[in-house]
Ligand binder design. Structure first.
Ligand code: ADP
Length: 538
């Protein structure tokens, strides 16, 4: 009896594990699906507002973007509903008889520009000129759309997708053989078994390329089964993946003329490249905002929201965002969380711990509105968190708030003598006093060279190991002053201290802090403190 009980216990535990696994997958699915919903919703509601507010600018482009994103939503909802219907056996095949090769060719044609947009070449290859057989146009379209979309999604730039049509025979039954082969990232052997499982995703991290829900292939397999066919996957990591679909050839359904597929391929409407460069001088004075976002529609929407008030720069993934931030040292960064290469958290982490960029406020944009990722974002140093869909007003207010905090910071740093000393503190420098330490370092370097009249920007850059532009942006952000003005302020502050604490005369002090002309010294001193050095002396 004991043994029997033990055995039962094991079975129950195994079932429990299985259930927990499924539960976890389901909750991931809901997170993903909410991401998939929120992104198009952001664009739909945001663009509608843009059209209302600035019809002259967006009336032409806006509706296309809305339509496209509404279709994406619809496709998603259909997928979910189909899955339910398939499970409850409600979905039936609607067969017609016609030339399936031509139909598949049309489908591949409608994918050409989508593939090209993603830097890929799509090749349509067929061993058959035509083949009359029974097929369900709608379901076949969904099967092929899923396979081609996956191929495109999981193949890096300048790869190839081969869409190959052939005929095969097994046990006296003829089959149509459709193969979609890509030269993409591939799937590891142990994972290949699971890709047809519901909600399964090989890579469920936030850095995976593209979006997804993990139901595409489940649905594809169910649809293939519905047509009495079967699907197989072959893959090797780094080499690519081949998906094979076998559909039995029958000729019983009513004949039809060739059907042209009605497509809703994700973003097959060419998004215009983002080109908002303007050249007037006023524009140059606007704060620089770097937008890091892999979804072009969202990037466009952000551009529409911000272009009147900010100079915009764009990066398409986390790595590019990090590189651009180091190069430009923007005033503010808005970044998506889920992105290829590096995600928004990594971007935050990297930029916040580097002294060139640590001061830049970062807003993370995400669809994951759950508390966990909000907290982990803030822990990594994000200054604000905005969940999609968001309103233009909400975004603008956030940006203004962060820039206002920086203006207060400038007041603090513009006056270098009033800085608290952080060097006495031997603890690891935390994020807030990276800025203090940086300013202290500059002050230290200038002080070491203070009587050298020729000490200037170039020397300071060399001493800090930072490029001229980067240093300029950083100092400007922290102090509101240009680098050379800031160096002068440090010299003048020291002069003021010497005037108040020593018996040296004015021209000696001027000389001591690097002004070899007494006239220059007096003039700059008066500009800085509103009184001539002789008055400070008294
Ligand atoms: P998703 O919506 O995540 O793309 P699918 O059900 O379509 O879901 O695919 C399941 C998983 O199988 C994907 O998350 C991906 O990891 C993997 N996969 C599917 N097709 C390919 C492919 N052509 N190359 C590499 N991996 C793929």
């Amino acid at each position: 009896m004991n043994e029997e009980l033990l055995e039962k216990k094991e079975v129950v535990e195994h079932q429990k594990e299985k259930l927990e696994e499924l539960d976890e997958m389901k909750s991931r699915f809901f997170t993903n699906i909410s991401h998939e919903f929120r992104t198009p919703l952001t664009i739909i509601s945001g663009m509608a507002a843009q059209i209302k507010n600035k019809p002259d600018k967006w009336l032409e482009k806006g509706p296309g973007m809305i339509e496209q994103n509404a279709q994406n939503l619809l496709r998603l909802i259909n997928q979910i509903l189909d899955l339910r219907k398939l499970e409850s056996k409600e979905l039936k095949a609607n067969l017609v008889q016609g030339d399936v090769v031509k139909y598949l060719y049309y489908i591949s044609e409608s994918f050409q520009s989508y593939a090209e947009d993603n830097g890929l070449q799509l090749h349509f290859l067929t061993e058959l000129n035509s083949l009359d057989m029974d097929y369900d146009p709608d379901k076949l379209l969904r099967i092929v759309t899923n396979l081609l979309s996956n191929g495109i999604k999981y193949t890096p730039d300048s790869g190839h997708i081969y869409f190959h049509i052939d005929q095969a025979e097994e046990d006296n039954q003829a089959f149509l053989k459709i193969s979609v082969k890509d030269t993409g990232i591939g799937i590891a052997k142990e994972k290949l078994l699971h890709i047809f499982d519901r909600f399964y995703q090989v890579d469920d991290s936030t850095t995976r390329k593209g979006e997804g829900t993990g139901i595409g292939l489940t649905l594809t397999q169910e649809l293939v089964k519905l047509m009495n066919g079967r699907i197989e996957a072959k893959s090797s990591v780094g080499q690519g993946t081949t998906m094979l679909v076998y559909l039995p050839i029958t000729n019983e359904a009513p004949k039809t003329a060739t059907i042209v597929p009605t497509m809703t391929v994700a973003s097959n409407v060419q998004s215009e490249s983002i080109d908002f460069l303007q050249n007037d001088a006023a524009y140059e004075l606007l704060p620089i905002v770097l937008v890091v976002e892999d979804n072009r529609d969202v990037a466009q929407y952000l551009a529409a929201c911000l272009e009147d008030r900010y100079q915009l720069e764009f990066a398409e993934n986390g790595q590019e965002g990090i590189d651009t931030a180091f190069e430009l040292v923007p005033d503010l960064i808005i970044s998506d969380v889920m992105m290829p290469e590096k995600d928004g958290f990594e971007l935050c982490n990297t930029l916040k711990s580097d002294e060139r960029t640590s001061h830049i406020p970062i807003i993370l944009l995400t669809a994951k509105a759950d508390v966990d990722s909000r907290i982990s974002g803030l822990k990594k140093g994000a200054d604000a968190y905005l969940s999609k869909p968001f309103e233009q007003e909400e975004l603008l207010v956030r940006l203004e708030q962060l820039l206002e905090i920086r203006r207060r910071l400038q007041e603090k740093y513009a006056n270098p003598t009033e800085l608290p000393s952080v060097f006495s503190d031997s603890q690891a420098v935390d994020n807030r006093n990276i800025e203090d330490a940086f300013i202290q370092k500059i002050i230290g370097i200038v002080h070491q060279n203070i009587s050298d009249e020729h000490f200037g920007i170039a020397h300071l850059c060399r001493a800090l190991g930072i490029g001229r532009t980067q240093l300029h942006h950083k100092i400007k952000a922290l102090t509101g002053k240009s680098t050379s003005l800031y160096i002068r302020t440090i010299r003048l502050q020291e002069a003021r201290r010497l005037l108040q604490t020593t018996d040296l005369n004015v021209s000696e002090i001027g000389y001591e802090v690097g002004f070899h002309s007494l006239a220059h010294f007096s003039r700059y001193y008066s500009e800085e403190f509103g009184e001539p050095p002789s008055r400070t002396r008294k």
